[in-house]
Ligand binder design. Structure first.
Ligand SMILES: C[S@@+](CC[C@H](N)C(=O)[O-])C[C@H]1O[C@@H](n2cnc3c(N)ncnc32)[C@H](O)[C@@H]1O
Length: 384
């Protein structure tokens, strides 16, 4: 029996919370001690919550569900976090309109009275978010960051200090810590370096020497990932596939390479990160690719019709919101099998130790090694 409680205790009562997509085998809670610490701090310090309360990076909507009575604004980069938030609001009987849901790509609110930041894994995303939000912060804004001790580094505090104002940390409680900043609107803020473009190296096929655009927080935003590089060198490009999906597209280099080599290909770029899909579109446009493309934020291949695709390209994530898991890769492969036409192919790159060939064989009944080096494999599975 699952003994895990899905109820978070807050100063304003309990909230029932789960992650998204809901998985009964998933024993991970949808909140942690840093969410609880932040909420306790707001109550203990009697922080006025009557103005515009903005919550950034709320992992599964725990913070906005707890604060829903104050009509907070949530800003997230994650489609899964947004879906989790909607489900958790409904689970707790909160009308969806009580929380304004914004993405990292939307214009931020013009004035912020309380800024609550769940410190993200990516320092770049934190930098970008603080720089985008700082103009809306005024002298009286209460700014509180929160995270587990292991997620808050000197560099994290330096960003708050540089962009918001004088910053200190709280004592640790249950391995969580708060970041407390006092806004100094006179502070001269650095220019926002994001999005970042750079020229790709030679020797990677169709994209050699071309431009890639990265919004903050995107996978390997400041250099080409070595696994991606290996994939680009072994892509099935130039074979006339018509309907192609770049699944978990990140900055879009994989799909853009295929689109350049196959002008008749129609490429769907999809990712659960709003920053990623915006990057993919910018990379595609920066390279003047002929043909058609679609850019979609979503969970895996949800919404893509059955048996409609010739080729799926995938460099699967192996970390999901801090938890190492292969559940996402499995869901992506299952989705690929569903959307491929008979004879259609799924091409996957991965670290050899991840053993993706076992999964592919189980699902597709076949898996062929296309290329390998000491670290990576490119595998192909055909839908029969
Ligand atoms: C290893 S990166 C690969 C990025 C890019 N294709 C490359 O090769 O450089 C995996 C990508 O999968 C995305 N991702 C994670 N979970 C996802 C999901 N449930 N649905 C769609 N994309 C997801 C991540 O945001 C990330 O951009």
């Amino acid at each position: 029996m699952n003994e895990r409680s899905d109820r978070m205790t807050t100063p304003w009562g309990e909230r029932a919370l789960t992650r998204f997509p809901e998985d009964p085998r998933d024993r991970l809670r949808a909140w942690d001690a840093s969410d609880e610490y932040l909420l306790r701090h707001l109550a203990d310090q009697e922080v006025p919550l009557s103005g515009t309360v903005v919550v950034v990076g709320d992992r599964w909507g725990a913070l906005v569900t707890a604060l829903a009575a104050h009509r907070p604004v949530q800003i997230t980069d994650s489609h899964l976090a947004r879906e989790a938030t909607l489900a958790n609001l409904a689970r707790n009987g909160v009308a969806p309109g009580s929380v304004r849901l914004l993405t990292t790509q939307d214009p931020p609110p013009g004035r912020i009275d309380v800024l609550l930041v769940r410190v993200p894994k990516s320092l770049a995303l934190l930098e970008d978010q603080l720089l985008r939000l700082a103009p809306a912060v005024h002298e009286g804004t209460v700014v509180v960051g929160t995270g587990m001790v292991k997620e808050i580094h000197t560099s994290t505090l330096a960003l708050f200090e540089r962009i918001i104002g004088p910053t200190r940390t709280s004592l640790a409680e249950k391995k969580a810590r708060l970041v407390l900043s006092t806004p100094d609107p006179r502070r001269e803020r650095p220019a926002n370096p994001w999005p970042l473009s750079y020229a790709l190296p030679e020797g990677i096929g169709a994209l050699s020497g071309r431009t890639v655009v990265n919004h903050a927080g995107v996978f390997c935003a400041d250099r080409l990932d070595i696994g991606t590089r290996f994939f680009l060198q072994h892509l099935p490009a130039g074979r006339g596939a018509r309907q192609v999906v770049d699944l978990g597209c990140g900055n879009g280099v994989v799909g853009t390479a295929v689109a350049l080599a196959d002008p008749d290909a129609e490429v769907l770029f999809t990712d659960e990160s709003f920053q990623a899909v915006a990057s993919a579109e910018a990379t595609y446009r920066a390279n003047g690719v002929p043909g058609h493309a679609e850019f979609r934020v979503g969970d895996g291949l949800a919404g893509v019709p059955d048996a409609s695709v010739d080729l799926v390209l995938n460099n699967p994530p192996f970390h999901s919101h801090q938890a190492t898991t292969d559940a996402t890769a499995w869901r992506m492969f299952t989705g690929a099998k569903r959307v491929l036409r008979p004879g259609g192919e799924l091409w996957v790159v991965g670290n050899r130790h991840l053993g993706y060939h076992v999964k592919l064989r189980r699902l597709f009944g076949n898996s062929r090694l296309v290329a390998s080096d000491h670290k990576f494999v490119v595998l192909k599975a055909v839908k029969r």
